[in-house]
Design a protein around this ligand. Sequence first.
Ligand code: TXA
Ligand code: MG
Length: 307
Amino acid sequence: MAFPTETVYGLGADATSDSAVQKIFDVKNRPTINPLIVHIADFEAISDVADLSSDPRAAQRLAKLRHFWPGPLSVVLPRKVSISSLTSAGLPTVAVRVPNHPIALELLRAAGVPIAAPSANPSSYVSPTSASHVEKGLGGRIDMILDGGSSAVGIESTIVSLIGEHPTLLRPGFVTFEQLQQILPDLQERTEHSADQPVLSPGLLREHYAPATRIALRSELSVTEYPKRVGLIAFDQSGASRDDFAYAAVSVLSQHGQLTEIAAKLFAAIRAQDEMRLDLIVVDSCPAVGLGRAIMDRLLRATAKFS
Ligand code: TXA
Ligand code: MG
């Protein structure tokens, strides 16, 4: 079933069951090389999912990050054998987090098992931040959608691997690189093909989050190059009125360009404009620091398909 979390809606199944997890891959049409995040109800349940005794260094790092849970941070640890290897796409590791959402937590407690849950969208489309987004993408193919309203964070969790010589940021998110670096000073950024590491996170190498309509960064095109029907996603009110161009649609994500608000509304705006039969969607940019790093990561993935 699909359920709300503070980041995006997830499509959940019993993480210990091969047949249940297989259904997630089938419904999403997700390549089986792309592992899933496992959700648990509290920090103590980590021992059901991860084998901390096999990697004391990872366990020490995890202890320092404990206060981020429940919250939008996933950590990669050695996998316990009870977790379906399909969940982890055959990797010896598992990504795990405690979501900060009352419905998700109640579901986890009721289920009594760890729940594997990718974002509840067809593979490679924009992640859902409302129950109706899930319904549009997967309705009719899943048993149930728990409706918890709009997701507060709006972009997927930060993923950090705690395994290996240095902890590594695999996916930027609401918990920022800078915040994590204060606690883990040797934190490094993911390099796509570093020789000393195997592919750390296969799914993350793929293009993601793209709408069907062509989407581009506003900074990369001049209005003279615009086709006829163009939608604008502006980060603030002043950006909305900057161009001398009659946009077919304008979405202002935040009156004063506040990053938390931009993140919360970005995916819903992309989806709404994707339904408007536009020739092009142009979207603002921001500096890739703090939460801006996650916002620009998602936008570069969305636009990569078209550039
Ligand atoms: O906010 C979120 O994380 C949401 C909500 C539902 O919790 N979930 C989510 O799942 O974004 P998904 O499947 O869309 O993204 C999970 C990513 C995958 O792209 C995969 O690369 C990475 O997590 N991942 C999962 N297990 C991993 C592992 N063992 N090692 C490295 N990366 C892993
Ligand atoms: Mg996803």
